[in-house]
Write a protein that binds this ligand. Structure first.
Ligand SMILES: C[S@@+](CC[C@H](N)C(=O)[O-])C[C@H]1O[C@@H](n2cnc3c(N)ncnc32)[C@H](O)[C@@H]1O
Length: 225
């Protein structure tokens, strides 16, 4: 279990990290059907040249995404707020092509010093991670991700479709705070951050446990504009 985490950027995420430390592998048990995420990861992996460098933002347990990228011959840096999730990711994806680091996504930087200074990437996966931020932080987080992409780089991202801002919800026996948008607004936020949306998929999703509500998942495949 991790100590309380206050990101260098000053965002207090303490409750979020602790919830995911405690949720741990229950996350993959509750969300066993990952067809949308697998397809989005496959698309990203396939469109990038072999040996690309990919950032997995809010990598969770490393499954399926970080493992999928290493198996496709790419190198992956997975970042997450939760020490417990990172421990699972290191065990699930023991490949030398993968590294996992504890960083708040808001503290990622293309250059400089410290754990958040991650350089630039050919591709970024950001599946169900931006929804953990209050809405006021999401546009700047997207612009930040754009700054971490090389020209022409790709972003695969997903959100749950919901008109919510930093709403406390029960999730797998814990309380987490989540935000979301209805799909037109999400597209606008993504475009305003400097991305072209090349492809979009939506999935209706019923988790395997009743304490995680049914949801509509939106997957956007974007190119740095
Ligand atoms: C809903 S899970 C998604 C995990 C994984 N991307 C997947 O789709 O299977 C959200 C993950 O984001 C992490 N997270 C939450 N807030 C974060 C932040 N500010 N920076 C980095 N990771 C964060 C959580 O610890 C958790 O592992």
């Amino acid at each position: 279990m991790s100590e309380a985490y206050r990101a260098p950027g000053g965002h207090d995420r303490t409750g979020q990290a602790e919830a995911f430390d405690a949720i741990g592998s229950a996350y993959d048990v509750a969300f066993p059907h990952k067809a949308g995420q697998l397809a989005a990861g496959r698309r990203l992996a396939a469109e990038l040249p072999a040996g690309s460098r990919i950032l997995d933002v809010g990598c969770g347990t490393g499954l399926p995404t970080a493992r999928q990228f290493t198996e496709a011959g790419h190198t992956v840096l997975g970042v997450d707020l939760s020490a417990g999730m990172l421990e699972l990711a290191r065990a699930n994806v023991p490949s030398p092509m993968a590294e996992f680091r504890r960083v708040d996504l808001a503290d990622l930087r293309p250059s400089g010093e410290g754990p958040g200074a991650v350089g630039q990437f050919d591709g970024i996966a950001c599946f169900f991670a931006l929804l953990m931020l209050p809405r006021k932080e999401i546009p700047s987080a997207l612009r930040l991700l754009r700054s971490l992409l090389r020209p022409g780089g790709l972003l695969g991202m997903s959100m749950v479709e919901a008109d919510l801002d930093d709403a406390a919800i029960p999730f797998l026996g814990h309380t987490i705070r989540v935000s979301g948008y209805l799909r037109d607004e999400l597209r606008q936020v993504v475009r305003d951050a400097g991305f072209d949306i090349a492809h979009e998929e939506s999935y209706s999703y019923a988790p395997a446990r009743i304490d995680a509500p049914p949801e509509h998942q939106l997957f956007l495949h974007c190119r740095r504009g």
